[in-house]
Design a protein around this ligand. Structure first.
Ligand code: 15L
Length: 260
C-alpha cells in the first residue's frame, strides 16, 4: 500500500516508517524536521498545522494515512485542541478531499486515563480523559467517527499504551507497547479488509495487561512481546508512593493530584 505517515520523525514514526517499509508498503513521511535516518529522503519537511497545500500534496494518491503528528504530552487546553483536534481535522479533510479511504490514528490510553484499574478495560469504555491531552484525543476520536459515518472513511483509533524500547516502570509491565508490536498493530490496521470504524487498545501481549486486546486482535493484530520479561528487574526496586498511585487509574502519572 502507499502510505503517508505524519509525525514521521517522532518516536513512533521512526519505528513505523522502516517497519512498514519492511512489511512491503511504499511509505512517505511528513514532519517538521527531517529525521537523521537512512530513509530521510522519504520525508517531506512541512508544518501540516499551517501548510495545508503540503499536506494535501503529500496525501494525494496514497491508500492510507497514518496520523501520528501531535504533542504527545499534557499541555494547556488551547495547545491540546490545536495539536489533536484541529490537526486531526486537517488530516481527515486532506484525506477526504483526495479520496484516501483509510486513516489510522494514534490516540492514547489517556483518552480513558481516569478509568479505575480493573481486570481488563473494554474498548467500549467511554471517553474518560485524564487531562487536556486526553480530552484532545477523545475529541479527535469523535472526528474520526464522524468521517467514517458521514464519508465512509475506514478509520482505526489506537489508544496506545506506553511505547518505548523496553519497560522501565511498574506501570509499563501492564501498558508497554514494544516497537515490534507497534509495527504489527499499525500494519494490521492498514491491511484489515473490513476496518470500518474501530477504537482499540495498543499494547503488547503483557501478562499483566490492563486493556482488552480483543478488538485489536479482531483486526489481525498478533502481538509477540510481553513486558513480563523485565518484571524481576523492575520489581527489585521497592515500590514508591507514585507507583502506588499510578496503579489506581489506567492513566498512571497523568492522574496524580495536581498533575498538569
Ligand atoms: C501517552 O499517550 C504519551 O504520549 C506518552 O508520553 C506516555 O505518557 C504514555 O501515554 C503512557 O501512558 O505511558
Amino acid at each position: 500500500m502507499r502510505v503517508v505517515v505524519t509525525g514521521a520523525a517522532g518516536d513512533i514514526g521512526r519505528t513505523l516508517v522502516p517497519g512498514l517499509i519492511e512489511l512491503g508498503h511504499d511509505v512517505r513521511g511528513i514532519d517538521l524536521v527531517r529525521p537523521d535516518e537512512p530513509w530521510a529522503d522519504a520525508v517531506v519537511v512541512a508544518d501540516i498545522g499551517r501548510d495545508e497545500r503540503a499536506l494535501v500534496e503529500a496525501v494525494a494518491g496514497v491508500d492510507a494515512v497514518v496520523h501520528l503528528a501531535a504533542r504527545a504530552a499534557e499541555s494547556d487546553f488551547e495547545t491540546a485542541i490545536d495539536s489533536h483536534v484541529r490537526l486531526t481535522h486537517r488530516v481527515l479533510e486532506a484525506a477526504r478531499t483526495t479520496d484516501v479511504g483509510r486513516v489510522v490514528y494514534a490516540s492514547s490510553n489517556h483518552a480513558v486515563g481516569f478509568a479505575p484499574r480493573q481486570a481488563l478495560l473494554s474498548d467500549r469504555e467511554r471517553g474518560r480523559p485524564d487531562g487536556f491531552y486526553g480530552v484532545g484525543k477523545v475529541a479527535a476520536e469523535a472526528l474520526c467517527s464522524l468521517y467514517h459515518d458521514r464519508f465512509g472513511m475506514q478509520v482505526a483509533c489506537l489508544r496506545i499504551g506506553s511505547f518505548r524500547d523496553r519497560p522501565v516502570a511498574r506501570r509499563h509491565l501492564s501498558t508497554w507497547l514494544s516497537p515490534g508490536d507497534a509495527v504489527r498493530l499499525f500494519g494490521a490496521c492498514l491491511t484489515a479488509p473490513d476496518l470500518g470504524f474501530a477504537i482499540v487498545y495498543g499494547m503488547s501481549a503483557n501478562r499483566r495487561a490492563w486493556w482488552d486486546l480483543a478488538g485489536a486482535r479482531a483486526l489481525g493484530y498478533t502481538p509477540a512481546d510481553d513486558a513480563e520479561r523485565w518484571a524481576t528487574e523492575i520489581e527489585a526496586e521497592p515500590a514508591s508512593a507514585d507507583d502506588e498511585w499510578d496503579g489506581r487509574y489506567v492513566g498512571g502519572e497523568f492522574t496524580r493530584p495536581h498533575a498538569d
